[in-house]
Design a protein. Structure first.
Length: 712
């Protein structure tokens, strides 16, 4: 903690320990309890049949033998208490589903703003203010609503009124250049020790942009001084840090029993030898490290060592879990999605499949030992990190509910696995994909394709697909598409330029998906915006990076390889996409029938075109996720036009929308509060530097007016 961090408290709040700027308003804290999840049967065996079909048959035999334990006269077993929002993903399973139905299809059109809170964080003095985002989803616990700004200010609010109860500023160095400038939220923990009372029996945990893990008292915001040094742990300790500010935490930690499990975000494409993506668990009371797991091999005894050249592995970084992790408490697992080994677009210095990178990993939450894994991208060359949170739930297999994990990906593919052993519940086929033409690159010859319908097109983008407002710009797009290497999904990057479709923002990004377990429906916000990646010599990179010829391009050196990169969206000279809309959709998939139920454009051109051009519901690029409720609704913002929308979960028809004062690039949440336990809908509206949406610092709550809550 910086030595110049002053402790500041509101009147009546007392003095906070040195290290956190803190203020507290007096509040009446109402306890909030969560129900434990009912048991779901024993752990499956560890043996792995040789094929997906054999795995499914073997799994069904075991399930049928255990049927009295797994099935009941009811439908699917219920997930953890889904009436309130105590986790980033709604419940412990990350389903982003609420059982609340006061707000429903019949009355959602009457939703009104009931309170607005402004964090005051607009990036003043922050070096990366242009990239600052407010992506956080609040959580409701212990009678308070907790939210975090993109600069790691943690705030506790009254959930009924929006009044601030306390706030803590960890004082990150605002002059430092951080690889990202966002935080998606906090996690909560409560001691089960009956002898522990008072301060820090209930704790808020969060990671910061300067790589600290903080523990705060949930009621007052004071640092928990028994955790690490004065309420914090330095996450850089013991790690190879190549660039200060490039190793950070942007997602809330996972919590299992008394373990706080944290991954990392790592600024990519700087070099081969980036920071390592080590996952670590810390004791929730003391801050002592309990275990660590490096997805990349660091010795011959590592479980992935046989698939790597260990000398190359030693000079490779990343493979990190920067997205949200999910805990299966019953089976003692933490499930986490990993990203690419470094760098993203050239793999000649990391030959092989790069096992455990771009994978869904299941670790023993008590020891950090690997239980199972599934690599969903081999030898990533496209920045196809697994960004979405794994979602847990019961999936019906021939009428039998099976404990499963669902993983959405940037490729637009959905994968479903049995949760305890990792067997595919939906067949996966290894298909041949294009080879690389770049000297030194050895692209992996196949990639795993799910048999579920893809959420975004995967065929080549043809010159005849070119789109534009006029013959002239359409022709320019046609010529651009024809000039690029373009053989469909998984076309390797090239020095002539490669068209990536889906692009590196997805498909499905960190916004993830909502899962309605009773309907067996997955709902996701999906991007359909192709990108262009060009490999170039470092001399070319230096020359082009200094010119003004490429205003929408990003350049990165990939030091340690022969090539730097330039990447940008596939745009016309008028800065419009070269492919036809929609460029963003909301999609519902029926897992029972393995089909898309509905798919609708998400977002309009409102506010993005001159005043004299009519707004069109084209479907726009998006960042953020949906939630679903028992009110038969899906709520989502995410798109570039700054609207929060409600859709009919059965049909995809838009039922309501509200123009937010800033970009809604966050996932909303819902909960009950107040004496009458009315339902609230809350979203962060702060804009997104990458999408260029309006900046703000708003947390906005909606509810029904009096008398509007009765179901039709």
């Amino acid at each position: 903690m910086p030595a110049d961090c002053d402790a500041v408290t509101a009147a009546g709040g007392g003095a906070a320990p040195t290290g956190l700027a803190h203020r507290r308003a007096p509040s009446r804290i109402m306890p909030h309890m969560r129900c434990p999840h009912a048991g779901r049967g024993g752990r499956a065996g560890a043996s792995r049949p040789a094929s997906a079909a054999e795995a499914l048959r073997s799994l069904l035999v075991r399930l049928m033998a255990a049927l009295p334990c797994l099935a009941s006269s009811d439908a699917l077993a219920q997930s953890p208490d889904a009436s309130d929002w105590g986790y980033y993903g709604g419940d412990a399973f990350g389903q982003r589903f609420s059982s609340l139905d006061e707000i429903n299809r019949g009355n959602v059109s009457r939703l009104k703003v009931v309170w607005t809170y402004r964090t005051g964080e607009l990036g003043a003095g922050f070096t990366r203010a242009g990239k600052l985002t407010f992506e956080a989803t609040p959580v409701l616990a212990f009678g308070l609503l907790y939210v975090e700004t993109g600069t790691n200010i943690v705030i506790a609010l009254d959930p009924e009124s929006g009044h601030e109860r306390w706030r803590v500023d960890p004082h990150i160095d605002r002059a430092r250049h951080y690889a990202e400038a966002s935080s998606r939220g906090v996690s909560v923990w409560e001691s089960t020790d009956a002898g522990q009372t008072g301060l820090c029996r209930r704790r808020i945990f969060t990671g910061t942009l300067d790589a600290r893990l903080l523990a705060l008292d949930a009621q007052t915001g004071r640092p928990c001084v028994d955790f690490g040094g004065s309420g914090q742990v330095d996450l850089t300790r013991g790690l190879r840090i190549r660039d200060v500010g490039a190793y950070l935490v942007t997602s809330p930690p996972a919590v299992y029993a008394n373990a706080v499990i944290v991954g990392s975000a790592i600024g990519d494409n700087r070099a081969t030898d980036l920071e390592r993506g080590v996952i670590r668990a810390f004791d929730a009371r003391s801050g002592a490290q309990l275990w660590s797991f490096d997805p990349l091999p660091d010795s011959a005894s590592h479980p992935a060592a046989a698939d790597w050249d260990l000398a190359q592995a030693a000079g490779t970084g990343a493979g990190n879990a920067w997205g949200v992790m999910t805990v299966d408490e019953e089976h003692g697992l933490v499930l986490l999605p990993t990203g690419s080994a470094s760098p993203d677009f050239y793999g000649g210095r990391r030959v092989g499949s790069n096992r455990f990178a771009n994978s869904l990993l299941a670790l023993d939450a008590r020891s950090g030992k690997l239980v199972w894994h599934r690599q969903l991208i081999h030898h990533d060359l496209w920045d196809y990190d697994l960004a979405a949170q794994p979602v847990l739930g019961d999936i019906e297999v021939q009428g039998v509910p099976v404990p499963a994990v669902i993983q959405a990906t940037k490729t637009g593919m959905l994968y479903v696995f049995e949760r305890t052993g990792g067997q595919p519940l939906v067949p996966i086929t290894e298909r041949p994909v294009p080879a690389s033409h770049v000297p030194g690159e050895q692209a992996w010859p196949t990639q795993p394709f799910s048999s579920l319908p893809a959420l975004t097109p995967q065929r080549p983008v043809l010159p005849s697909d070119a789109w534009g407002l006029t013959f002239w710009d359409r022709g320019k797009c046609r010529d651009l598409i024809a000039s690029l290497r373009n053989e469909g999904i998984f076309t390797p990057p090239d020095t002539r330029g490669t068209l990536l479709s889906p692009g590196y923002i997805g498909g499905v990004n960190w916004g993830g998906m909502a899962f309605d377990e009773q309907r067996q429906r997955v709902i996701a916000a999906v991007n359909h915006l192709p990108m262009v990646v060009t490999l170039m010599s470092h001399q070319e990179l230096e020359r082009e990076g200094r010119s003004e010829q490429f205003p929408h391009s990003e350049f990165a050196p990939q030091t340690g390889t022969p090539y730097g990169i330039r990447r940008e969206p596939l745009l016309s000279p008028w800065d419009l996409p070269c492919t036809a809309p929609p460029w963003g959709t909301l999609v519902s998939v029926d897992l029972r029938r393995a089909r898309i139920v509905w798919q609708v454009p998400l977002g309009s051109t409102e506010g993005l075109t001159p005043w004299f051009v009519p707004s069109r519901d084209f479907g726009m690029p998006n960042m953020g996720g949906p939630i679903a409720t028992d009110g038969e609704l899906v709520f989502v913002s995410a798109a570039m036009d700054s609207y929060l929308r409600a859709f009919d979960i059965e049909t995809g028809r838009e039922l309501w929308k509200y123009k937010l004062p800033a970009g809604g690039q966050a996932t909303p949440m819902t909960y009950r509060a107040g004496r009458d336990q009315h339902q609230y809908l809350v979203i962060s509206a702060g804009g997104h530097g990458g999408l260029g949406t309006p900046r703000g610092d708003y947390l906005i709550a909606f509810a029904l007016p009096a008398g509007a809550a009765a179901r039709p």
